[in-house]
Design a binder for this molecule. Sequence first.
Ligand code: ADP
Ligand code: ZN
Length: 199
Amino acid sequence: MPNIPTGGHAGLEVIVGSMFSGKSEELIRRVKRAIIARRAVQVFKPAIDDRFGNALVRSHDGDSFVARPVRSSADISRSVEPETSVVGIDEVQFFESGIVDVVRSLVVSGRRVICAGLDLDFRGEPFGWVPLLLALAERVDKLEAICVVCGEAATRTQRIVNGVPAFFDEPIIVIGAQEAYEARCRGCHEVPRRTAVEA
Ligand code: ADP
Ligand code: ZN
């Protein structure tokens, strides 16, 4: 990843990719560099993501940074301190539509905003409001993981429920099921019952 200015330049940076592509790692790297540049930094994440406990952004590699869990995009607006010049938002795909205006107004107020999240859901469909954020961003980085099936670059997240690929119309929460996610390339990504163009 090329070096990104550490300073407080206002603007929107969006980091996307499949699961395991290094989005959290890259967000953590950028906020740590901003701290070295003595910028006031705040990082937020949606409270529904309790994968790694509540108060940290943590990469699958183990690196971490303190993050404030928030219930909505309005919570972010309310919580940003006047002196904060860099705002990080992890798992940005989980926020409601309000996230777009919140991010825009943070940038208009002169802040550097760094969003990280999934661009595609487990079906390979654009995820929530992330496509809009990508369009509005000054800088976009689409990271790749490694496909666990063939070893090529992975751009998709494979959802596996009870050991088999999840159906296109599988409920988001399957009670009592064993769930897992894998990084896969387009060719190895399996979505049974997909009726869209990629079926
Ligand atoms: P993301 O936030 O995109 O889910 P993380 O930053 O949490 O990604 O984790 C990235 C790290 O995950 C990599 O540096 C690597 O150590 C580990 N990893 C595990 N499985 C894979 C994979 N299939 N492809 C790439 N990295 C992987
Ligand atoms: Zn593959």
